[in-house]
Design a protein around this ligand. Structure first.
Ligand SMILES: [Zn+2]
Length: 312
């Protein structure tokens, strides 16, 4: 692999290298700026060191949502400590992807209880492979596994804030959880939303475009014009950014579905460029329009390989 292929853009966009993913991603995000924002009193976001980290204070103990990359975990924990002035009692994983869970062992060693969807634990505890992106991710260490798991919505009482952990049908993965803070009016999306970039749709974890649209539409029901919407990647958003994300997903879905129904091969659907007018706004990071379409089609079981082997 050349230097050129190894380098990825470390911006606010969802950007992963394809091969040797875990180590390369850790290296890429070793010194990217970490932007800390108090988005509401006692609710902080930490953007720039992997998936967005959110920390929430409370008199009954504070909670952290996702961890960023392991090489940044000490820095992130220090930033959380200086924001909240107490160590986190709870660590919630929005899903299994390592840019959101890589710091799990360090938080657990320091006393946090890791909480996640049952399927998030199942995937963290086994090797994973995502064919459409050629991601090979080894099972995490035992200390990274969530110890408290659930597959229906649950709430955690932090004192002034309650966290509602809202399980989703398969969307980005089959272990997605959105976190809703009703009193602060903050919605933490995990990778159910990427702000300003196409999302990853992890077909190996039963993710699908339809599932993404359904999850976003369900969560829009919680949101009003004052809600702070925290995406898994990209700048902190609001209802308008979530609506824009939903509209982009739905428009592309509406273009791809008839192409699939008409029996177009993968190459024909790619040639039809169903994302073309969105690529400037959404496709400048790691997930280009082409990659996004391939992931969507993989969710329907359509890959160039599948086509070749069915033709053979
Ligand atoms: Zn993800």
């Amino acid at each position: 692999m050349s230097e050129r292929q190894l380098s990825v853009r470390a911006t606010d966009r969802h950007s992963f290298p394809v091969r040797g993913l875990v180590d390369l991603s850790r290296a890429t995000y070793q010194s990217t700026p970490l932007a800390v924002t108090e988005i509401r009193p006692q609710v902080f976001s930490f953007v720039g060191a992997g998936g967005t980290v959110t920390a929430v204070g409370g008199s009954l103990g504070c909670a952290v949502i996702d961890t960023g990359y392991r090489p940044r975990v000490d820095e992130i924990r220090k930033a959380i400590a200086s924001a909240l002035r107490q160590p986190p009692r709870w660590l919630i994983n929005t899903h299994w992807h390592f840019d959101h869970t890589d710091g799990n062992p360090t938080f657990a060693e320091n006393g946090a209880t890791i909480v996640a969807h049952t399927n998030c634990r199942a995937r963290l505890s086994q090797d994973q492979y995502v064919p459409s992106l050629e991601w090979s991710v080894s099972a995490s260490a035992r200390s990274a596994w969530p110890v408290l798991t659930f597959d229906a919505p649950v709430a955690i009482d932090l004192g002034p804030q309650a966290l509602q952990l809202i399980t989703q049908a398969p969307a980005h993965t089959d272990g997605d959880v959105a976190v809703w803070l009703p009193s602060a009016n903050v919605l933490v999306m995990g990778d159910l939303m990427t702000n300003g970039s196409y999302p990853i749709i992890d077909e190996s974890s039963r993710g699908s475009l339809r599932g993404m649209v359904r999850a976003v539409e369900g969560l829009l029901g919680l949101v009003n014009s004052d809600t702070v919407v925290v995406p898994g990647h990209g700048p902190i958003g609001n209802r308008d950014s979530l609506l824009g994300f939903r509209d982009m997903l739905r428009t592309i879905e509406g273009r791809i579905q008839p192409l699939i129904a008409s029996g177009s091969p993968v190459a024909g659907i790619l040639a039809a460029a169903p994302t073309a007018d969105f690529d400037r706004a959404w496709g400048r990071g790691y997930v280009t329009g082409d990659i996004f379409v391939r992931m969507i089609l993989a969710g329907f079981g359509l890959t160039e390989e599948a086509k070749k082997s069915s033709a053979a």
